[in-house]
Design a protein around this ligand. Sequence first.
Ligand SMILES: Nc1ncnc2c1ncn2[C@@H]1O[C@H](COP(=O)(O)OP(=O)(O)OP(=O)(O)O)[C@@H](O)[C@H]1O
Length: 465
Amino acid sequence: MKCSMAVQTEVTLQNIGYVSDLGPHMKVAWAGFEKNWICAVHTVIRKSDMGHIWAKRSDLSHFSLQLFNDYLIPLPHFAANRPKSLLVYINPYGGKQRGKRIYEQKVAPLFHRACISADVIVTEHANHARDHLKTEASLEKYDGVVCVGGDGMFSEILHGLVTRVQTDHGVDQNQPDAELVPCSLRIGIIPAGSTDCICFATVGVNDPVTSALHIIIGDSQPVDVCSVHHKDIFLRYSVSLLGYGFYGDLLTDSERKRWLGPARYDLSGLKTFLSHNYYEGTISFLPAEDAVGSPRDKLQCRSGEKPDKDGSGWNVMRGKFIAINAANMSCACPRSPKGLSPSAHLADGTLDLILVRKCSRLDFFRHLLRHINTDDQFDHSFVEVHRVRMFHFQPLYQESISLDDLNETPKKTGCSPMCPAPTACSYNTIYSSWTCDGEILPHAAIQVSVQCQLIRLFARGIEEQ
Ligand SMILES: Nc1ncnc2c1ncn2[C@@H]1O[C@H](COP(=O)(O)OP(=O)(O)OP(=O)(O)O)[C@@H](O)[C@H]1O
Protein backbone atom coordinates (compact mmCIF):
# COMPACT_ATOMS: atom_id res chain seq x y z
CA MET A 1 0.00 0.00 0.00
CA LYS A 2 1.27 3.44 -0.83
CA CYS A 3 1.50 5.49 2.28
CA SER A 4 1.85 9.23 2.35
CA MET A 5 3.69 9.20 5.65
CA ALA A 6 7.45 8.94 5.68
CA VAL A 7 8.95 6.70 8.31
CA GLN A 8 12.07 7.42 10.40
CA THR A 9 12.48 11.13 9.89
CA GLU A 10 8.90 12.20 10.30
CA VAL A 11 6.76 11.58 13.26
CA THR A 12 3.94 9.32 12.18
CA LEU A 13 1.01 7.41 13.50
CA GLN A 14 3.16 4.31 13.30
CA ASN A 15 4.72 5.50 16.55
CA ILE A 16 1.75 6.82 18.37
CA GLY A 17 1.38 6.41 22.09
CA TYR A 18 -1.05 7.78 24.57
CA VAL A 19 -1.84 11.36 25.41
CA SER A 20 -1.97 11.81 29.15
CA ASP A 21 -3.48 14.70 31.04
CA LEU A 22 -0.96 15.95 33.57
CA GLY A 23 -2.98 18.92 34.70
CA PRO A 24 -5.40 21.50 33.45
CA HIS A 25 -3.02 22.94 30.87
CA MET A 26 -0.57 20.20 30.21
CA LYS A 27 -0.93 17.08 28.18
CA VAL A 28 1.80 14.63 27.41
CA ALA A 29 1.91 12.76 24.18
CA TRP A 30 4.14 9.76 24.35
CA ALA A 31 5.30 7.00 22.14
CA GLY A 32 7.10 3.84 23.01
CA PHE A 33 5.99 0.38 23.56
CA GLU A 34 6.41 -2.03 26.37
CA LYS A 35 3.78 -4.14 27.99
CA ASN A 36 1.62 -1.92 30.19
CA TRP A 37 2.95 1.34 28.82
CA ILE A 38 5.83 1.27 31.23
CA CYS A 39 8.43 3.39 29.57
CA ALA A 40 7.59 6.24 27.29
CA VAL A 41 9.54 8.87 25.50
CA HIS A 42 7.37 11.88 25.75
CA THR A 43 7.11 15.45 24.76
CA VAL A 44 5.12 17.96 26.68
CA ILE A 45 2.91 19.86 24.36
CA ARG A 46 4.59 23.12 25.28
CA LYS A 47 7.89 21.62 24.19
CA SER A 48 9.33 22.50 27.56
CA ASP A 49 10.27 19.08 28.75
CA MET A 50 11.69 15.85 27.38
CA GLY A 51 12.38 12.65 29.20
CA HIS A 52 10.82 9.50 30.48
CA ILE A 53 7.66 9.04 32.43
CA TRP A 54 5.98 6.18 34.14
CA ALA A 55 2.81 6.34 32.21
CA LYS A 56 -0.58 5.03 33.05
CA ARG A 57 -3.79 4.41 31.27
CA SER A 58 -5.62 7.57 30.44
CA ASP A 59 -8.54 8.88 28.53
CA LEU A 60 -7.60 9.93 25.04
CA SER A 61 -10.67 11.95 24.32
CA HIS A 62 -8.55 15.12 24.01
CA PHE A 63 -6.36 13.51 21.46
CA SER A 64 -5.40 15.80 18.63
CA LEU A 65 -4.31 14.68 15.19
CA GLN A 66 -1.87 17.57 15.16
CA LEU A 67 0.16 15.77 17.79
CA PHE A 68 1.08 13.03 15.36
CA ASN A 69 3.03 15.39 13.21
CA ASP A 70 4.31 17.84 15.74
CA TYR A 71 5.48 15.97 18.76
CA LEU A 72 5.84 12.24 18.52
CA ILE A 73 9.13 10.50 18.08
CA PRO A 74 9.39 7.59 15.65
CA LEU A 75 9.95 4.13 17.06
CA PRO A 76 9.28 1.99 13.99
CA HIS A 77 10.27 -1.36 15.48
CA PHE A 78 6.80 -1.95 16.79
CA ALA A 79 5.27 -2.02 13.36
CA ALA A 80 5.19 -5.82 13.04
CA ASN A 81 1.99 -6.35 15.02
CA ARG A 82 0.12 -3.53 13.42
CA PRO A 83 -2.90 -4.41 11.32
CA LYS A 84 -2.95 -3.30 7.71
CA SER A 85 -6.39 -4.48 6.70
CA LEU A 86 -9.54 -4.60 8.82
CA LEU A 87 -13.12 -5.75 8.45
CA VAL A 88 -15.38 -3.26 10.27
CA TYR A 89 -18.99 -3.88 11.31
CA ILE A 90 -21.06 -0.90 12.47
CA ASN A 91 -24.34 -1.26 14.31
CA PRO A 92 -26.14 1.98 13.40
CA TYR A 93 -28.78 1.39 16.08
CA GLY A 94 -26.64 0.54 19.14
CA GLY A 95 -26.65 2.88 22.17
CA LYS A 96 -27.65 6.37 21.15
CA GLN A 97 -27.49 5.42 17.47
CA ARG A 98 -24.19 7.22 16.99
CA GLY A 99 -22.09 4.26 15.79
CA LYS A 100 -21.80 5.39 12.19
CA ARG A 101 -20.95 8.97 13.10
CA ILE A 102 -18.40 7.89 15.71
CA TYR A 103 -16.67 5.66 13.20
CA GLU A 104 -16.67 8.18 10.37
CA GLN A 105 -15.63 11.19 12.42
CA LYS A 106 -13.27 9.77 15.04
CA VAL A 107 -11.96 6.42 13.87
CA ALA A 108 -11.79 6.36 10.08
CA PRO A 109 -9.47 9.42 9.89
CA LEU A 110 -7.03 7.72 12.29
CA PHE A 111 -7.08 4.46 10.33
CA HIS A 112 -6.48 6.45 7.17
CA ARG A 113 -3.48 8.24 8.63
CA ALA A 114 -2.11 4.97 9.90
CA CYS A 115 -2.40 3.51 6.37
CA ILE A 116 -4.92 0.90 7.49
CA SER A 117 -7.46 -0.11 4.89
CA ALA A 118 -10.92 -0.94 6.17
CA ASP A 119 -13.86 -2.69 4.55
CA VAL A 120 -16.93 -1.33 6.32
CA ILE A 121 -20.27 -3.08 6.66
CA VAL A 122 -23.13 -1.15 8.26
CA THR A 123 -25.46 -3.84 9.59
CA GLU A 124 -29.01 -3.93 8.31
CA HIS A 125 -30.54 -6.20 10.90
CA ALA A 126 -29.72 -8.09 14.08
CA ASN A 127 -27.30 -11.01 13.47
CA HIS A 128 -26.20 -9.56 10.14
CA ALA A 129 -22.58 -9.31 11.33
CA ARG A 130 -22.66 -12.75 12.99
CA ASP A 131 -24.01 -14.52 9.93
CA HIS A 132 -21.71 -12.68 7.53
CA LEU A 133 -18.70 -13.71 9.60
CA LYS A 134 -19.92 -17.29 9.94
CA THR A 135 -20.31 -17.96 6.26
CA GLU A 136 -19.45 -15.20 3.80
CA ALA A 137 -16.57 -13.05 4.97
CA SER A 138 -13.22 -13.67 3.26
CA LEU A 139 -11.30 -13.64 6.49
CA GLU A 140 -7.95 -14.40 4.94
CA LYS A 141 -7.87 -10.83 3.61
CA TYR A 142 -7.88 -9.24 7.05
CA ASP A 143 -5.67 -8.75 10.09
CA GLY A 144 -8.57 -8.10 12.40
CA VAL A 145 -12.30 -7.56 12.82
CA VAL A 146 -13.64 -4.35 14.33
CA CYS A 147 -16.97 -4.03 16.06
CA VAL A 148 -18.57 -0.58 16.34
CA GLY A 149 -21.39 -0.94 18.83
CA GLY A 150 -22.11 -2.23 22.32
CA ASP A 151 -21.80 -5.54 24.13
CA GLY A 152 -24.60 -7.12 22.09
CA MET A 153 -22.83 -6.26 18.88
CA PHE A 154 -19.55 -7.60 20.26
CA SER A 155 -21.33 -10.82 21.10
CA GLU A 156 -22.41 -11.13 17.46
CA ILE A 157 -18.81 -10.73 16.29
CA LEU A 158 -17.60 -13.21 18.91
CA HIS A 159 -20.13 -15.84 17.86
CA GLY A 160 -19.56 -15.29 14.15
CA LEU A 161 -15.80 -15.51 14.40
CA VAL A 162 -15.51 -18.38 16.88
CA THR A 163 -18.12 -20.44 15.03
CA ARG A 164 -16.40 -19.81 11.70
CA VAL A 165 -13.04 -20.96 13.06
CA GLN A 166 -14.53 -24.12 14.58
CA THR A 167 -16.41 -24.93 11.36
CA ASP A 168 -13.27 -24.40 9.30
CA HIS A 169 -11.42 -26.81 11.60
CA GLY A 170 -14.20 -29.38 11.84
CA VAL A 171 -14.81 -28.85 15.57
CA ASP A 172 -18.29 -29.71 16.86
CA GLN A 173 -19.38 -26.89 19.20
CA ASN A 174 -22.14 -29.07 20.63
CA GLN A 175 -19.58 -31.21 22.44
CA PRO A 176 -19.07 -29.53 25.84
CA ASP A 177 -15.61 -31.06 26.16
CA ALA A 178 -14.48 -30.24 22.60
CA GLU A 179 -11.14 -28.44 22.48
CA LEU A 180 -11.95 -25.26 20.59
CA VAL A 181 -9.48 -23.76 18.13
CA PRO A 182 -8.33 -20.24 19.09
CA CYS A 183 -9.14 -17.42 16.66
CA SER A 184 -6.11 -15.91 15.00
CA LEU A 185 -7.84 -12.69 13.95
CA ARG A 186 -7.92 -10.08 16.67
CA ILE A 187 -11.12 -8.21 17.51
CA GLY A 188 -11.25 -4.46 18.11
CA ILE A 189 -14.12 -2.81 19.96
CA ILE A 190 -15.06 0.78 19.18
CA PRO A 191 -17.54 1.51 21.98
CA ALA A 192 -20.86 2.84 20.69
CA GLY A 193 -23.44 0.99 22.78
CA SER A 194 -25.39 1.62 25.98
CA THR A 195 -23.05 0.00 28.51
CA ASP A 196 -19.90 -1.10 26.62
CA CYS A 197 -18.87 -3.25 29.54
CA ILE A 198 -16.47 -5.45 27.59
CA CYS A 199 -14.56 -2.50 26.20
CA PHE A 200 -14.33 -0.89 29.65
CA ALA A 201 -13.12 -4.09 31.30
CA THR A 202 -10.41 -4.74 28.71
CA VAL A 203 -9.26 -1.24 27.77
CA GLY A 204 -10.07 0.73 30.93
CA VAL A 205 -12.15 3.48 29.36
CA ASN A 206 -15.01 3.73 26.90
CA ASP A 207 -13.47 6.06 24.39
CA PRO A 208 -13.54 5.41 20.64
CA VAL A 209 -10.21 7.15 20.03
CA THR A 210 -8.42 5.15 22.72
CA SER A 211 -9.79 1.95 21.21
CA ALA A 212 -8.80 3.05 17.71
CA LEU A 213 -5.25 3.64 18.91
CA HIS A 214 -5.05 0.20 20.49
CA ILE A 215 -6.03 -1.19 17.09
CA ILE A 216 -3.54 0.98 15.19
CA ILE A 217 -0.71 0.09 17.55
CA GLY A 218 -1.58 -3.57 17.13
CA ASP A 219 -2.08 -4.43 20.79
CA SER A 220 -3.05 -7.96 21.61
CA GLN A 221 -4.86 -9.09 24.73
CA PRO A 222 -5.86 -12.74 24.98
CA VAL A 223 -9.26 -13.31 26.55
CA ASP A 224 -10.95 -16.43 27.91
CA VAL A 225 -14.35 -17.39 26.53
CA CYS A 226 -16.95 -19.51 28.33
CA SER A 227 -18.92 -22.01 26.32
CA VAL A 228 -22.43 -22.64 27.61
CA HIS A 229 -24.35 -25.86 26.92
CA HIS A 230 -27.69 -27.35 27.89
CA LYS A 231 -27.77 -31.15 27.87
CA ASP A 232 -24.92 -31.32 25.36
CA ILE A 233 -26.46 -28.73 23.07
CA PHE A 234 -24.43 -25.59 22.50
CA LEU A 235 -26.25 -22.43 23.62
CA ARG A 236 -23.85 -19.46 23.57
CA TYR A 237 -20.41 -18.09 24.30
CA SER A 238 -19.77 -15.58 27.05
CA VAL A 239 -16.81 -13.33 27.81
CA SER A 240 -18.13 -11.21 30.66
CA LEU A 241 -21.10 -12.07 32.88
CA LEU A 242 -23.33 -15.09 33.20
CA GLY A 243 -25.96 -14.16 35.76
CA TYR A 244 -28.91 -16.12 37.15
CA GLY A 245 -31.44 -14.67 39.58
CA PHE A 246 -30.99 -10.95 40.12
CA TYR A 247 -29.11 -10.08 36.94
CA GLY A 248 -31.03 -12.56 34.82
CA ASP A 249 -34.33 -11.08 35.98
CA LEU A 250 -33.05 -7.54 35.54
CA LEU A 251 -31.94 -8.16 31.95
CA THR A 252 -35.13 -10.05 31.08
CA ASP A 253 -37.20 -7.12 32.29
CA SER A 254 -35.00 -4.50 30.64
CA GLU A 255 -35.34 -6.22 27.25
CA ARG A 256 -39.06 -5.50 27.40
CA LYS A 257 -38.25 -1.81 27.96
CA ARG A 258 -35.76 -1.28 25.13
CA TRP A 259 -37.72 1.73 23.97
CA LEU A 260 -36.59 3.51 27.16
CA GLY A 261 -32.94 3.48 26.06
CA PRO A 262 -30.18 3.14 28.68
CA ALA A 263 -32.62 4.29 31.42
CA ARG A 264 -34.24 0.86 31.18
CA TYR A 265 -31.47 -0.64 33.30
CA ASP A 266 -32.22 1.67 36.26
CA LEU A 267 -35.94 1.02 36.12
CA SER A 268 -35.59 -2.75 35.76
CA GLY A 269 -32.92 -2.78 38.46
CA LEU A 270 -35.25 -1.13 40.94
CA LYS A 271 -38.13 -3.41 40.00
CA THR A 272 -36.02 -6.55 40.32
CA PHE A 273 -34.58 -5.40 43.63
CA LEU A 274 -38.06 -4.80 45.05
CA SER A 275 -39.25 -8.23 43.85
CA HIS A 276 -36.46 -9.84 45.92
CA ASN A 277 -36.91 -13.26 44.36
CA TYR A 278 -34.75 -16.22 45.20
CA TYR A 279 -34.32 -19.47 43.31
CA GLU A 280 -33.51 -22.97 44.44
CA GLY A 281 -31.09 -25.23 42.68
CA THR A 282 -27.83 -27.15 42.74
CA ILE A 283 -24.55 -25.72 41.60
CA SER A 284 -21.57 -27.98 40.97
CA PHE A 285 -18.17 -26.55 40.14
CA LEU A 286 -14.62 -27.59 39.45
CA PRO A 287 -12.36 -25.31 41.53
CA ALA A 288 -9.29 -23.89 39.85
CA GLU A 289 -6.98 -25.06 42.62
CA ASP A 290 -3.88 -24.43 40.56
CA ALA A 291 -4.88 -20.89 39.56
CA VAL A 292 -2.63 -18.01 40.44
CA GLY A 293 -4.39 -15.73 42.90
CA SER A 294 -7.90 -15.74 44.27
CA PRO A 295 -11.00 -13.61 43.68
CA ARG A 296 -10.31 -11.78 46.96
CA ASP A 297 -6.60 -11.08 46.64
CA LYS A 298 -7.19 -7.57 45.26
CA LEU A 299 -4.33 -8.11 42.85
CA GLN A 300 -4.54 -5.95 39.81
CA CYS A 301 -3.04 -8.45 37.38
CA ARG A 302 -5.96 -9.46 35.26
CA SER A 303 -4.35 -11.19 32.34
CA GLY A 304 -3.28 -14.44 33.94
CA GLU A 305 -1.51 -17.40 32.43
CA LYS A 306 -2.61 -20.64 30.86
CA PRO A 307 -3.06 -23.35 33.52
CA ASP A 308 -0.59 -26.24 33.78
CA LYS A 309 -3.15 -28.70 35.08
CA ASP A 310 -6.81 -29.00 35.98
CA GLY A 311 -8.17 -28.77 39.47
CA SER A 312 -9.43 -31.99 40.98
CA GLY A 313 -12.82 -32.91 42.36
CA TRP A 314 -16.16 -31.24 41.91
CA ASN A 315 -17.84 -29.30 44.70
CA VAL A 316 -21.62 -29.54 44.90
CA MET A 317 -23.86 -27.04 46.68
CA ARG A 318 -27.58 -26.91 46.94
CA GLY A 319 -29.36 -23.82 48.13
CA LYS A 320 -31.62 -20.84 47.68
CA PHE A 321 -29.89 -18.16 45.71
CA ILE A 322 -30.79 -14.54 45.08
CA ALA A 323 -28.04 -14.36 42.51
CA ILE A 324 -25.52 -16.66 40.88
CA ASN A 325 -22.93 -14.66 38.97
CA ALA A 326 -20.11 -16.11 36.92
CA ALA A 327 -17.62 -13.37 36.04
CA ASN A 328 -15.13 -14.20 33.31
CA MET A 329 -13.64 -10.71 33.64
CA SER A 330 -14.03 -7.96 36.23
CA CYS A 331 -17.26 -6.78 34.54
CA ALA A 332 -16.22 -3.24 35.37
CA CYS A 333 -18.21 -0.48 33.75
CA PRO A 334 -18.53 3.25 34.41
CA ARG A 335 -21.30 2.57 36.94
CA SER A 336 -19.26 -0.06 38.76
CA PRO A 337 -15.64 0.92 38.15
CA LYS A 338 -14.22 -2.12 39.96
CA GLY A 339 -16.82 -4.50 38.61
CA LEU A 340 -18.55 -7.57 40.01
CA SER A 341 -15.30 -9.41 40.56
CA PRO A 342 -12.49 -6.84 40.70
CA SER A 343 -9.64 -9.37 40.56
CA ALA A 344 -11.01 -11.66 37.86
CA HIS A 345 -8.36 -12.43 35.27
CA LEU A 346 -8.89 -12.00 31.58
CA ALA A 347 -6.94 -14.94 30.30
CA ASP A 348 -6.07 -17.59 32.90
CA GLY A 349 -8.73 -20.15 32.02
CA THR A 350 -10.86 -19.45 35.10
CA LEU A 351 -13.97 -17.55 36.07
CA ASP A 352 -15.13 -16.26 39.43
CA LEU A 353 -18.35 -17.89 40.59
CA ILE A 354 -20.21 -15.65 43.05
CA LEU A 355 -23.07 -17.17 45.02
CA VAL A 356 -25.42 -14.81 46.83
CA ARG A 357 -27.64 -16.88 49.06
CA LYS A 358 -31.09 -15.96 50.26
CA CYS A 359 -30.83 -12.99 52.64
CA SER A 360 -32.86 -10.00 53.73
CA ARG A 361 -33.56 -7.22 51.29
CA LEU A 362 -31.41 -4.88 53.38
CA ASP A 363 -28.47 -7.28 53.31
CA PHE A 364 -28.79 -7.68 49.56
CA PHE A 365 -28.87 -3.91 49.22
CA ARG A 366 -25.62 -3.73 51.24
CA HIS A 367 -24.10 -6.28 48.88
CA LEU A 368 -25.19 -4.31 45.81
CA LEU A 369 -23.77 -1.11 47.27
CA ARG A 370 -20.35 -2.73 47.27
CA HIS A 371 -20.44 -2.91 43.50
CA ILE A 372 -19.97 0.84 43.48
CA ASN A 373 -17.64 1.39 46.43
CA THR A 374 -14.23 -0.04 47.30
CA ASP A 375 -15.27 -2.38 50.14
CA ASP A 376 -14.72 -6.12 49.74
CA GLN A 377 -17.97 -7.15 48.10
CA PHE A 378 -17.52 -10.78 49.08
CA ASP A 379 -17.23 -10.02 52.80
CA HIS A 380 -20.76 -11.01 53.74
CA SER A 381 -21.90 -14.23 55.39
CA PHE A 382 -24.43 -14.87 52.59
CA VAL A 383 -21.91 -14.33 49.76
CA GLU A 384 -19.24 -16.77 48.65
CA VAL A 385 -16.88 -16.68 45.73
CA HIS A 386 -14.91 -19.47 44.04
CA ARG A 387 -12.41 -19.38 41.21
CA VAL A 388 -13.50 -22.22 38.90
CA ARG A 389 -12.81 -23.82 35.53
CA MET A 390 -16.27 -25.32 34.96
CA PHE A 391 -19.65 -25.28 36.60
CA HIS A 392 -23.08 -26.80 36.16
CA PHE A 393 -26.38 -25.46 37.42
CA GLN A 394 -29.55 -27.46 37.86
CA PRO A 395 -32.72 -25.70 39.06
CA LEU A 396 -34.69 -27.53 41.75
CA TYR A 397 -37.24 -28.75 39.26
CA GLN A 398 -36.35 -30.26 35.92
CA GLU A 399 -37.33 -27.98 33.09
CA SER A 400 -39.98 -29.69 31.01
CA ILE A 401 -39.98 -26.93 28.42
CA SER A 402 -37.54 -24.23 27.49
CA LEU A 403 -37.80 -20.69 28.81
CA ASP A 404 -38.51 -19.57 25.26
CA ASP A 405 -41.75 -21.50 25.47
CA LEU A 406 -42.43 -20.07 28.91
CA ASN A 407 -42.65 -16.62 27.37
CA GLU A 408 -45.83 -17.87 25.76
CA THR A 409 -47.17 -19.13 29.10
CA PRO A 410 -49.70 -16.82 30.79
CA LYS A 411 -48.00 -15.31 33.85
CA LYS A 412 -49.47 -16.26 37.20
CA THR A 413 -48.43 -14.97 40.59
CA GLY A 414 -48.69 -15.78 44.26
CA CYS A 415 -47.00 -19.16 44.19
CA SER A 416 -43.99 -19.82 46.34
CA PRO A 417 -40.75 -21.08 44.86
CA MET A 418 -41.22 -24.22 46.91
CA CYS A 419 -44.35 -25.18 45.01
CA PRO A 420 -44.07 -28.92 44.39
CA ALA A 421 -45.79 -28.82 41.03
CA PRO A 422 -44.10 -26.23 38.85
CA THR A 423 -46.43 -26.69 35.94
CA ALA A 424 -49.30 -25.52 38.12
CA CYS A 425 -47.71 -22.35 39.40
CA SER A 426 -45.75 -19.38 38.22
CA TYR A 427 -42.62 -20.24 36.29
CA ASN A 428 -41.36 -16.76 37.11
CA THR A 429 -40.84 -17.65 40.74
CA ILE A 430 -39.36 -21.11 40.14
CA TYR A 431 -36.95 -20.40 37.34
CA SER A 432 -34.99 -17.31 36.69
CA SER A 433 -33.19 -16.91 33.37
CA TRP A 434 -29.48 -16.73 32.72
CA THR A 435 -28.23 -13.55 31.18
CA CYS A 436 -25.23 -14.34 29.04
CA ASP A 437 -23.36 -11.10 28.21
CA GLY A 438 -26.72 -9.36 28.06
CA GLU A 439 -28.58 -12.02 26.05
CA ILE A 440 -31.16 -14.25 27.71
CA LEU A 441 -30.57 -18.00 27.57
CA PRO A 442 -33.52 -20.28 26.83
CA HIS A 443 -32.63 -22.81 29.57
CA ALA A 444 -31.99 -22.58 33.31
CA ALA A 445 -30.02 -25.86 33.51
CA ILE A 446 -26.62 -25.18 31.99
CA GLN A 447 -23.06 -26.49 31.80
CA VAL A 448 -20.28 -23.91 31.51
CA SER A 449 -16.61 -24.38 30.80
CA VAL A 450 -13.87 -21.83 30.30
CA GLN A 451 -11.98 -21.96 27.01
CA CYS A 452 -8.62 -20.47 27.87
CA GLN A 453 -7.47 -17.60 25.60
CA LEU A 454 -9.84 -18.48 22.78
CA ILE A 455 -9.85 -14.95 21.36
CA ARG A 456 -7.55 -11.94 21.27
CA LEU A 457 -8.60 -8.32 21.42
CA PHE A 458 -6.84 -5.19 20.22
CA ALA A 459 -6.40 -4.13 23.84
CA ARG A 460 -3.89 -4.19 26.64
CA GLY A 461 -5.81 -5.22 29.76
CA ILE A 462 -6.34 -2.93 32.70
CA GLU A 463 -3.50 -3.64 35.08
CA GLU A 464 -2.49 -0.57 37.00
CA GLN A 465 1.18 0.28 37.37
N1 LIG B 1 -28.92 -3.04 11.91
C1 LIG B 1 -29.41 -3.52 13.04
N2 LIG B 1 -30.72 -3.41 13.32
C2 LIG B 1 -31.24 -3.85 14.46
N3 LIG B 1 -30.51 -4.49 15.43
C3 LIG B 1 -29.20 -4.64 15.20
C4 LIG B 1 -28.59 -4.17 14.00
N4 LIG B 1 -27.26 -4.47 14.07
C5 LIG B 1 -27.06 -5.10 15.24
N5 LIG B 1 -28.21 -5.20 15.93
C6 LIG B 1 -28.46 -5.78 17.27
O1 LIG B 1 -28.61 -4.72 18.20
C7 LIG B 1 -28.37 -5.23 19.50
C8 LIG B 1 -27.88 -4.13 20.42
O2 LIG B 1 -26.73 -3.55 19.87
P1 LIG B 1 -25.50 -2.99 20.68
O3 LIG B 1 -24.93 -3.99 21.59
O4 LIG B 1 -24.59 -2.41 19.65
O5 LIG B 1 -26.10 -1.75 21.51
P2 LIG B 1 -26.74 -1.64 22.96
O6 LIG B 1 -27.60 -2.80 23.25
O7 LIG B 1 -27.36 -0.30 23.02
O8 LIG B 1 -25.47 -1.59 23.89
P3 LIG B 1 -25.01 -2.61 25.03
O9 LIG B 1 -25.10 -3.99 24.44
O10 LIG B 1 -23.59 -2.20 25.34
O11 LIG B 1 -25.94 -2.40 26.18
C9 LIG B 1 -27.35 -6.31 19.32
O12 LIG B 1 -27.76 -7.45 20.03
C10 LIG B 1 -27.30 -6.58 17.81
O13 LIG B 1 -27.55 -7.96 17.55
